[in-house]
Design a protein around this ligand. Structure first.
Ligand SMILES: [Zn+2]
Length: 253
């Protein structure tokens, strides 16, 4: 009895030892390489050595027309953006506008002030021009005339030509979309203002024109009135051209 117990104990110890050896000999499965893990588990950011893919950019706006309209910010103006304008004359290149806009009217307290003959100019000029019209010209008209302006008579803005249409002149600022000529105004009360006939007069029309010439000189780099020269007897010319090396020289006539 005692002997059999001892044998039983030894046999059990041997059996356990054999089992431990058997388990130790079992080959351990090799860990999967990380790259493979990342392939099968793309959501596992920590295990993945691959860089995160860059988000795909949405395609450009469908229409360049829409893109340009968004780029030129003209609050209070009715306008449309146009494709770039290119022009030549007499073999010379240089006319043109990179970002043209066509101005048609100004919104003023729920009403429209029309630009007679839509004006095509650069976006940069349109910004200065619209600020001048809205902040200076329309309020000045309301000061001198009941109801203010109904419409403004302008030239076309862009014209591929030399200064004052002289054959040997420099390129006009009109040829770059940086200028506009104004010849007169129609007021809501029925009065009309003509630069040619009312300039310099001590009348509401004359005082209104003097007011807007002064305010134009504070915004544009060039203002030419009938006082300026023989080429501007019939209109007020405003532009944002560069004078001098640093573009800081102003002409106000
Ligand atoms: Zn002009």
């Amino acid at each position: 009895m005692h002997k059999r117990l001892r044998f039983g104990f030894s046999a059990t110890v041997f059996l356990i030892f054999s089992l431990v050896l058997a388990f130790a000999a079992e080959p351990v499965p090799a860990p999967k390489p990380l790259a493979e893990t990342s392939k099968t588990e793309p959501g596992n950011a920590i295990a993945s050595p691959m860089p995160k893919p860059k988000p795909v950019q949405p395609p450009e706006a469908v229409s360049p027309h829409v893109k340009d309209a968004a780029a030129c910010d003209l609050p209070g103006m009715d306008f449309e953006s146009l494709p770039p304008v290119r022009g030549e004359f007499s073999g010379d290149a240089g006319c043109g506008i990179e970002s043209p806009v066509r101005l048609t009217s100004i919104q003023r307290e729920g009403a429209q002030v029309a630009l007679k003959g839509a004006v095509t100019v650069s976006c940069a000029f349109a910004q200065t021009f619209s600020e001048w019209l809205q902040s200076d010209v329309l309020p000045a008209a309301e000061k001198h005339f009941d109801g203010g302006i109904k419409s403004i008579a302008t030239g076309p803005g862009y014209q591929c030509r030399r200064r004052n249409n002289q054959p040997d002149g420099k390129l006009s600022e009109h040829a770059l979309g940086k200028a506009v000529d104004i010849s007169g105004f129609a007021m809501k009360e029925g009065a009309s203002v003509s630069v040619e006939t009312d300039w310099g007069k001590d009348t509401p029309a004359g005082r209104f024109l003097t007011d807007i010439q002064k305010s134009a000189c504070a915004r544009f780099t060039t203002v030419l009135s009938p006082e300026g020269d023989e080429f501007h007897k019939s209109h007020l010319h405003v532009d944002i051209g560069c004078h001098g090396k640093t573009c800081t020289y102003l002409i106000c006539q």
